[in-house]
Design a protein around this ligand. Sequence first.
Ligand SMILES: NC(=O)c1ccc[n+]([C@@H]2O[C@H](COP(=O)([O-])OP(=O)(O)OC[C@H]3O[C@@H](n4cnc5c(N)ncnc54)[C@H](OP(=O)(O)O)[C@@H]3O)[C@@H](O)[C@H]2O)c1
Length: 232
Amino acid sequence: MVALVTGGGSGIGAAIARSLSSAGAALFLCGRRQAALAQLASELPGPVRFATCDVRDPSSIEGTVAQCVEGLGRLDVLVNNAGVFGPTPVEEVTLDAWDEVLETNLRGPFLFARAAWGHLRSSHGQIVNISSVAGVQGFVGNSAYCASKFGLNGLSEVLALEGKAHGIRVFSVCPGSVDTDLWVPHSEESERARMMRPEAVADLVRWLVASPRSIAVAPVVVTNFSSPFSQD
Ligand SMILES: NC(=O)c1ccc[n+]([C@@H]2O[C@H](COP(=O)([O-])OP(=O)(O)OC[C@H]3O[C@@H](n4cnc5c(N)ncnc54)[C@H](OP(=O)(O)O)[C@@H]3O)[C@@H](O)[C@H]2O)c1
């Protein structure tokens, strides 16, 4: 199995890469920071390649999918994980900030899915979109983030429907708060200590892609048993 993980150099993406690698997958990691990708690649046992890629750049995405297939021979699982988060009251959201969130969290997964589609048709592959609980409920200060993740759930539903005819399965995973770098500017250490570990999400992804091909799974909302926040 060859899996391509966007935003694979840190947080949930790195945990997914580790989990899939330990299940025997070959990994292709991408993100903007080469050092983070190289570090993780050096720690993984199996075949692993990486490339820098900005998911806001369509030509970078086409090239990354091509590099994955050239380097590892095929593509079985696309994990659209790269994402950004920047809570801001709606009146203060600039157009640039809105565009950055929507281009990263929603347009990027669409472009990756489109670029990978032909390869996934050949492999009867799978897509896992890392959405959020913010894709099924609103959160104060998260207009752009919630819009992007609600949109990603809609995109996932359509990809799942269109994929059926080609043997492509599509999953959407919607975690509550997870202790990663995403939260460092926005939350205290004591709050982060009560969040889910990235490995919890990663092991769920590993289970989904190994699950019987006879089943489809609706968006999976996985939240904290002891959330630091009242809403999730
Ligand atoms: N942490 C949570 O509570 C939580 C909850 C629900 C959903 N999620 C989702 O989980 C995903 C991973 O987030 P995380 O929590 O693991 O945070 P993280 O450690 O900050 O990871 C985000 C990853 O996305 C990559 N990325 C961001 N912008 C990119 C761009 N323009 N091009 C390519 N890569 C880009 C980053 O790599 P570079 O900086 O190297 O590009 C980084 O590896 C996101 O989609 C997030 O929305 C997180």
